[in-house]
Design a binder for this molecule. Structure first.
Ligand code: DCT
Ligand code: MG
Length: 398
């Protein structure tokens, strides 16, 4: 048995149970027949995780540890803290003491120590130490630049660099195109993208793609599909019904955006999709679909509810946009993969492999027992193949 809607701790208590709870001590001695114990699954894809997170103080703290492990390249403890944070995010009530964690999966001793410290004292010394650590602060700052990962950040840190100004003015460093754009538009792209901005970008992409073919469909995916109010970028999937016609789609969209004068940066990646390759075992491996990472110029006048400030030196902002264009028959897999959250995706794949003997990635679902690819037109089909209850996108904020 695993977590279902009816097992939630905060569900309304049915009338027949209310008086049972209210009866005094004498009644409690006669044991009620064993009721199923609500259990929380170790897999995020068997939990419903909305954006309401009453344990944010705890999950933020655990995520600092995750980030610190990523900076130190220690992947073992990293996944432990990730899973612990994710389990807490699925709870509908705040933990008030360590005993409240009884029966919860994925909480190792280290995670429990952090949780207990925060519940008892309001903060964890281990987390506070990391937050005030110069290396952590610097690596966090450097990796906030588009195109800069932990390896590059570490290299700059080792050279004694501590601020973005120092990095940018160090003439001995070579920046790639992505990093250069990251520095130029740093202020704009560090600012969260709003839902209204995401919608305005959707209209721009839709119109632009329609010049290529009237049959193009566009889906908003990523965090916004999960109901987030803000994102670091906007993710769209573009498809055309005619097989093979997607081949020239993104280059055409990029050209049109350029001729409209709103393309600030683009990194186009040709498709390397090959159905003969089995789904990858590594989650971190990006998918093989045709895609592009863009920075676009979004005019304030196109964003609903946004006033154009006459005193402002410019009437636009730079925004990060990702486009992916899979073959139409791969759409469901691509949508499920790009909808995230990243932890939800990791656990979907882990569940498929360990519990079902199947390999799942953004392209396909492969059954190792029967040596067949399982077809899917919708996300519901994929959950059904995996024997999972369907989880709505807004419940995938694991
Ligand atoms: N994804 C993937 N393969 C990866 C990394 C991510 O398939 N190697 C998926 C999971 C989420 C989705 O792509 C979009 O990625 P982000 O934009 O980074 O995540 P997000 O949830 O949209 O977060 P944000 O709101 O900050 O953009
Ligand atoms: Mg996103």
């Amino acid at each position: 048995t695993w977590f279902t809607e009816s097992m939630r701790a905060d569900r309304p208590v049915p009338v027949e149970e209310q008086h049972r709870i209210q009866r005094p001590a004498l009644q409690l001695k006669t044991r009620l027949p064993d009721s199923p114990v609500p259990t929380v699954s170790q897999y995020a894809c068997q939990r419903r995780t909305t954006l309401d997170n009453p344990n944010k103080v705890l999950t933020d703290a655990l995520e600092v540890l995750v980030e610190n492990c990523e900076f130190n390249d220690s992947m073992g403890p990293c996944s432990g803290f990730r899973r612990a944070a994710s389990v807490l995010k699925s709870l509908t009530t705040a933990l008030s003491c360590l005993q409240d964690t009884a029966g919860l999966p994925c909480l190792g001793e280290e995670s429990k120590t952090i949780i207990e410290e925060i519940i008892d004292c309001g903060s964890s010394s281990r987390v506070e130490d990391i937050l005030s650590d110069e290396r952590y602060q610097t690596l966090k700052l450097f990796t906030s630049v588009f195109g800069v990962g932990p390896k590059t950040a570490e290299k700059w840190y080792r050279r004694g660099l501590r601020s973005l100004e120092q990095v940018y003015s160090d003439s001995s460093l070579h920046f790639n195109r992505m990093q250069t754009a990251g520095f130029i538009y740093y202020e704009d792209i560090s600012k969260p993208v709003t839902v209204a901005e995401a919608r305005a970008l959707g209209c721009i992409i839709e119109e632009t793609a329609s010049y290529y073919s009237s049959g193009v469909s566009i889906s908003l995916t990523g965090g916004f599909r999960r109901g987030k109010q803000f994102g670091h970028d906007v993710d769209f999937i573009l498809t055309v019904p005619e097989p093979g016609k997607e081949d020239g789609l993104l280059p055409a969209v990029i050209d049109t955006l350029r001729s409209q004068g709103i393309l600030l940066y683009s990194d186009f990646q040709e498709s390397t999709f090959d159905l003969n390759k089995l789904p990858s075992r590594r989650f971190e491996a990006m998918d093989h679909f045709q895609k592009c990472f863009l920075i676009l110029k979004l005019r304030a006048g196109l964003v609903e509810g946004q006033q154009v400030d006459p005193g402002c030196r410019r009437d636009w902002r730079a925004v990060r946009v990702d486009l992916v264009a899979p073959p139409a028959e791969r759409y469901a897999f691509c949508l499920l993969g790009w909808s995230g959250s990243t932890q939800f995706e990791r656990d979907l794949r882990r569940f498929a492999r360990l519990e079902r003997g199947m390999l799942l990635d953004n392209h396909a679902l492969y059954d190792k027992t029967t040596n067949t690819f399982l077809q899917a037109k919708t996300e519901e089909d994929i959950f059904a193949h995996l024997g999972l209850d369907y989880i709505e996108p807004w419940q995938r904020n694991a």
